[in-house]
Write a protein of this length. Structure first.
Length: 100
């Protein structure tokens, strides 16, 4: 798995107007995005450095840290809102729980 890296929280980032959810296929090398480093709740500014055939990507975070592969579920375009639509049967999701 990926090594231990630390990403800094995006300072002063204010939510922008929602942007429609985009398909995984429109991510490309050089895109400025936000990633949820190691599945954390915070979003961090990053650049796409590689796009894998399955839609996951390699990211280089603004502070220089790297992470790969990053599932598409943990990458968004700046200002993009979370999808607000019903989930379909068998659809892949990422969930977090405090339950132990």
């Amino acid at each position: 798995g990926p090594g231990e890296w630390a990403a800094e929280k995006v300072a002063g980032a204010a939510p922008a107007a929602p942007v429609s959810v985009r398909a995984a296929s429109d991510l490309k090398v050089g895109d400025q995005v936000e990633g949820r480093y190691r599945g954390r709740l915070e979003w961090f500014q990053a650049t796409v450095t590689l796009v894998y055939p399955n839609g996951s990507v390699a990211l280089q975070y603004e502070d220089g840290d790297k992470e790969a592969p990053v599932p598409r579920l943990r990458v968004r375009f700046p200002g993009q809102s979370e999808p607000e639509r019903p989930l379909g049967a068998g659809e892949r999701v990422e969930a977090m729980s405090e339950w132990r």
